[in-house]
Design a protein. Sequence first.
Length: 255
Amino acid sequence: MKKERSTKEATMPTENDVLRVDYGGLIALPLDGGKKRPAKTRAEELRLCISDEITSGRMPPGTRLDEIQLAERFNVSRTPVREALKQLNSIGLVERGARRTMTVAEVSPDQLSSLFELMGELEVSCARLASIKMTSEERALLEKQHDVCRQLMRDGDADGYAKANAVFHSIIYSGSHNAYLADAAHLVRVRLSPFRRAQFQTPERMARSCEEHEYIIRAILRGDQMTVMNVMRDHIAAAQGAYVAFAANVKPASE
């Protein structure tokens, strides 16, 4: 009788792949320098627009999200609106109420802080394992993705950088060679993705993030577990701080 495998195998993306990172439907950049960026679907465009308004405070908790009104506002049919709201509901930004109504969910500062804390611990574990388990091919792929991030930072492309950043971290998750840990990191990142994306709207955050990535890569290439744990923890803390600073400087829609 064939013995069943007790562990899952993490699949590493190849250089020719276009990564579909399951961050609430987010399509990540291809690993060819970003030259063949896949087109967004209308539902994805709406999801990003609505999530930006939620995370910036322009759509405060409790705001009713009416499909007809949103469709009229964005000049689309109700189908992509319904799909966008479904995706936002799946990551906890939107709540479904009675009679299928949708409202903006309440995410308290304590809840957000706890999520970032958990994300930090998972990312630290992934980075530590990646520093001792990543193959030379995987390390080269990580370095190439860092080049993609750096170019997008120079271009001032916040949206593109957010996506490339997601791929960068996804490569580290896979490089841990622990699929259960990678899955857990992905799941928490799904929940935090709109907030992590919003951080790149703050001045100079892309440049600082790119610099932090450089420290992470150097530690992984050296196999320096202690250093990579420290720099990754600092990186996630900086992401949290950047989002808090961004949210604090956004004026409510009523002002």
